[in-house]
Design a protein around this ligand. Structure first.
Ligand SMILES: C[S@@+](CC[C@H](N)C(=O)[O-])C[C@H]1O[C@@H](n2cnc3c(N)ncnc32)[C@H](O)[C@@H]1O
Ligand SMILES: [Zn+2]
Length: 286
């Protein structure tokens, strides 16, 4: 049976922006726009014109390799640190949106460590949300982070883990006291993996991280998180590679060489930022 949605939904109609309310096995706005709740419990609120391709976002194979990697627990320390910071920085009954949640590993860890939170997870990839919907304590939807189908000022926090951020729509759906928790790779992230696939390894340019929220937000916390990795099989190395932008750029000779590597010791290096909503200049609201 499809999951029936709770009445206190924060969703808004992607067509007319009115609130969406549960209606039989769907959600419906007062203008009659209706969206089915999938039998796995998620809603698809992505409109055709918000897609840049027929199947946007990560495909089923990318979702499967991320899930396989994360389920081994390699990034558990990162997920737990984000969840603990959410507990410290947010109210105990916080409403929280995981933007670009992928297959829901981080959203679920936040839910486990913060049982009082009301959680929403969104991704533009249908295979990602189909996989995420195995975690039942989160409200899942397929949509774009650029057009979040949530009511104004709904959330105490938005979490973005290695995902696209969009300051203006984030601003709209955050409560006045709300904040963004942004997790991104630090400049020296996965140096040993990168040495295997590039002749010259340059540090990542991390200056852009602060520029994402330089208007309408203020930086209130900043923390470096490192995770030691010991991968002992080639599948795990390729799964990790598949979670990075490098997979698409890998020349065939480097791929063949990497296929012979059976173990990798590396350090995953992240930055976690908290940006608090402040105020926008009137000119920024257009
Ligand atoms: C690098 S993955 C990170 C997934 C997850 N946060 C994690 O760390 O496991 C980026 C995710 O963003 C999604 N994505 C890409 N464009 C998006 C958009 N416009 N709106 C929402 N999600 C998007 C992809 O489908 C993918 O699941
Ligand atoms: Zn509507």
């Amino acid at each position: 049976m499809p999951k029936t949605l709770e009445p206190a939904l924060l969703y808004q109609c992607p067509v007319c922006q009115s609130p969406l309310l549960p209606y039989n096995l769907s959600v419906k706005c007062d203008k009659g726009h209706t969206f089915d709740v999938h039998k796995k419990g998620y809603i698809n609120l992505l409109l055709a014109h918000q897609k840049n391709s027929k199947a946007p976002g990560d495909d089923a194979q990318m979702v499967a390799s991320r899930r396989r990697f994360l389920e081994q627990g390699y990034y558990q320390a990162l997920a737990e640190k984000i969840a603990l910071r959410a507990r410290q920085w947010l109210p105990s009954n916080a409403s929280l949106w995981d933007a670009g949640c992928g297959e829901g590993y981080y959203t679920n860890t936040i839910a486990q460590i913060n049982p009082g939170f009301e959680l929403y997870g969104l991704d533009i990839s249908k295979p990602a949300i189909q996989s995420a919907s195995r975690y039942k304590q989160v409200n899942w939807c397929v949509a774009s982070s650029s057009h979040p189908p949530y009511l104004n000022e709904s959330f105490d926090a938005i979490v973005s883990v290695f995902s696209r951020v969009d300051a203006l729509p984030f601003y709209r759906v955050l409560k006045p006291s709300g904040s963004v928790l942004l997790a991104v790779p630090d400049s020296d992230h996965l140096l040993n993996l990168r040495k295997l696939i590039y002749d010259t390894v340059r540090p990542y340019d991390t200056s852009k991280h602060l520029s994402y929220f330089d208007q309408g937000f203020e930086l209130t916390n900043e923390e470096r998180i490192t995770v030691e990795l010991q991968l002992n099989n080639n599948q795990a190395i390729f799964d990790l590679l598949g979670m990075t932008p490098h997979a698409h750029r890998l020349p065939q000779d480097k791929r063949s060489a990497l296929e012979q590597v059976s173990s990798l010791t590396d350090t995953a290096c992240f930055k976690l930022y908290q940006f608090k909503k402040s105020h926008l200049n009137p000119s920024q609201t257009d």
